[in-house]
Design a protein around this ligand. Structure first.
Ligand SMILES: [Fe+2]
Ligand SMILES: [Fe+2]
Length: 339
């Protein structure tokens, strides 16, 4: 049998994992126990599935390779049986926030609409800083929203707002955009949802009962993963505080372009894949090291990328399955990550 590099990593990871099994599976066991405890509870959730796709980073030039991977994602979503209830686009539709890039992205997304699949969308930093969200808002409306679906309260927020780093530096819109498009922008400062959205969130959840199932979408993680790359949201502690009254919150984010998972209090966090490219893991320990993707073949445009489908059951247990076109996901999370 030919052992490829990918296979070698998987075999060695598997051997290491067997030795760790006794302790390392405990996070999942906790989730299972909660499920058992909750099944007797009367649930208002009608089980359903939704899809998360994002970080497509489209360029204006035609037939760019990122068009191909986004097209494949949309094709796959359209083939899903049964159809997902809706699709959430989790930011970074465009690469430089140009009108043509955003228009191209909307054309892709509108294929879903034409097939009867609704989509909701939040912005990423790449969509925003050329014209401060003007085109994006014209196309997609308000960048924060909520809706109820089959017993679950869904929230989307714009988490990529920074303080003004451009006026004092006399930067043009293009220079402002190029700066924030860097993975490690030294002048941009930390991102956040900021006061207006925090006030809105408080009002939005004020009258909801603590047993309301909540799913929140943001472009950046709502926990401190790696602030140097803005793998964080500065005012995430306030968001978490507002949502702390709920029994359980599922928080889904983009931006990191990789498989990553964490828990903070009542919140489970999970990162989505990009369709454009995978980021390497930053040099910090992963909170749940077993939940990570395998190494990527840089020569294959369909490796390291994809999207995710999430199933929500009637006890508000979620299962997020990474949909990829290569052998990217380790065996033990191949069928999905329990949320
Ligand atoms: Fe991105
Ligand atoms: Fe991003």
């Amino acid at each position: 049998m030919k052992i490829t590099r990918r296979k070698f990593f998987r075999v060695s990871a598997g051997a290491g994992m067997a030795a760790l099994t006794a302790t390392a599976v405990s996070p999942f066991l906790g989730v299972v126990n909660v499920a058992e405890a909750r099944t007797s509870k009367k649930s208002k959730i009608v089980p359903f599935r939704f899809v998360v796709v994002g970080d497509t980073h489209l360029y204006e030039m035609p037939n760019h390779r990122f068009d191909k991977t986004f097209k494949k994602a949309i094709d796959d979503i359209l083939k899903m049986k049964p159809k997902p209830d809706f699709v959430l686009f989790i930011g970074d539709l465009a690469q430089f926030g140009k009108v043509k890039e955003l228009e191209k992205g909307k054309r892709f997304l509108d294929r879903l609409k034409r097939a009867g699949i609704k989509y909701r969308i939040i912005p990423g930093e790449h969509d925003w800083y050329l014209d401060m969200g003007k085109t994006w808002k014209k196309m997609f409306g308000r960048p924060y929203w909520s809706f109820d679906h089959k017993g679950v309260h869904f929230i989307g927020m714009n988490s990529i707002l920074v303080r003004d780093y451009w006026t004092a530096r006399n930067m043009s819109p293009w220079e402002r955009m190029l700066a924030i498009a860097e993975l490690e922008c030294h002048i941009c400062g930390l991102w956040g949802v900021r006061e207006k959205q925090l006030e809105w969130l408080k009002k939005d959840v004020k009258n909801l009962r603590p047993d309301t199932p909540i799913v929140i979408f943001t472009h950046s993680p709502l926990w401190d993963y790696y602030p140097r790359w803005n793998f964080q949201t500065e005012d995430a502690p306030q968001v978490r505080e507002i949502l702390s009254k709920f029994e359980k919150v599922i928080a889904i984010h983009g931006h990191v372009h990789q498989v990553v998972y964490n828990k903070t209090g009542n919140m489970v966090h999970i990162g989505n894949l990009a369709t454009a490219w995978p980021w390497p893991y930053p040099p910090v320990e992963l909170p749940y090291p077993k939940i990570r993707m395998l190494r990527v073949d840089p020569g294959d445009i369909f490796d390291g990328v994809g999207f995710a489908s999430t199933f929500i059951d009637d006890t508000f247990l979620g299962k997020m399955k990474y949909e990829t076109w290569a052998d990217l996901i380790p065996e033990d999370i191949k069928d999905g990550v329990p949320l």
